[in-house]
Design a protein around this ligand. Structure first.
Ligand SMILES: C[S@@+](CC[C@H](N)C(=O)[O-])C[C@H]1O[C@@H](n2cnc3c(N)ncnc32)[C@H](O)[C@@H]1O
Length: 278
């Protein structure tokens, strides 16, 4: 069956289990179709060469969750779910030469190439699923991700373990995902998005299906404890869990992320972890 059998029009929204292959396929199809609109809508906020951790607009240039960028020069960095490669391009433009970036969506990567040509800062990209990285063990000093791929995997433990596999001992994993707390609320930036509608503990995936009953978008929920267990279970040491507050100077609404909600509860969680030496 082709990737988009039954089309990409949404006929039904449901909560149900969705496995690794179904999730990756659905999200590849969805991001192929959504990439143009996503870049048109959010491209100027993200900036062609900019490293934002999430819709709050928290900027790596300010918060330095990766440490001083100068210290990354000469290290090998992998970005997961890079979209159009804005984060990797920021690293490259700061002298971090050995950056690789992957995304499941070919169309997102075409946008990366478009921006490469426009800016003259090239990001080496490849099409890959974060659940199966096409790299040797211990190939990287740092794996990073801003909402890339990890919010869309059913098995957080397996996906974090896959990232840990490609890290050398002493290497770091730093990734942002939707803050798990958001799951209880409707994905609405306004007042409606302030009332709890479902259980935080309901791990069934959010699935949009087409007329053939095939998933065309899948998002998975993992609680804070699930992510901590995924990090610890992968043999990493959790260093920090950063919950950025909504900056006063960001008036932008991004889907369910808004100044209204951002003032009241976190929308993004950034996990930082290290792989022990030896
Ligand atoms: C919200 S975007 C974030 C992209 C980029 N970091 C940014 O800030 O624009 C999520 C990205 O994850 C990618 N993605 C979704 N599932 C994935 C998977 N299983 N493996 C790799 N990438 C995936 C999508 O194609 C999309 O580009």
């Amino acid at each position: 069956m082709s990737d988009d059998a039954g089309g990409t029009d949404i006929q039904r929204v449901t909560r149900r289990p969705a496995g690794p292959d179904e999730s990756a396929r659905a999200n590849r199809v969805w991001w192929e179709r959504a990439a143009d609109d996503y870049q048109a809508e959010h491209g100027s906020f993200l900036r062609d060469t900019g490293f934002l951790w999430g819709p709050e607009g928290v900027d790596e240039a300010d918060v330095r969750l990766l440490g001083p960028v100068e210290d990354l020069r000469g290290t090998r960095v992998l970005e997961l779910g890079c979209g159009a490669g804005q984060c990797s391009r920021w690293l490259r433009s700061h002298g971090v030469e050995q950056v690789a970036a992957v995304d499941v969506s070919h169309r997102q990567l075409q946008h990366a190439l478009r921006i490469d040509e426009h800016t003259g800062v090239r990001v080496p990209v490849g099409q890959a699923d974060v659940q199966r990285l096409p790299f040797a063990a211990e190939a990287f000093d740092l794996v990073c991700s801003a909402f890339g791929g990890l919010p869309f995997v059913p098995d957080a433990e397996a996906a974090v373990a896959e990232s840990a596999r490609v890290l050398r001992p002493g290497g770091r994993l730093v990734f942002s995902v939707s803050h798990p707390f958001r799951w209880c609320f409707p994905d609405d930036p306004g007042e409606r998005g302030l009332t709890v509608r479902q259980s935080y503990f309901d791990r069934r995936a959010y699935v949009e299906e087409n007329s053939a009953g095939r998933a065309v978008y899948v998002e998975h929920h993992h609680t804070v404890g699930d992510w901590v267990r995924a990090v610890v279970g992968a043999g990493l040491v959790l260093r920090d869990l950063v919950e950025p507050e909504w900056p006063e100077d960001n008036p932008e609404t991004w889907d369910g992320w808004s100044p209204l909600r951002g003032r009241l509860f976190p929308g993004t969680a950034v996990f930082t972890a290290v792989k022990p030496e030896g």
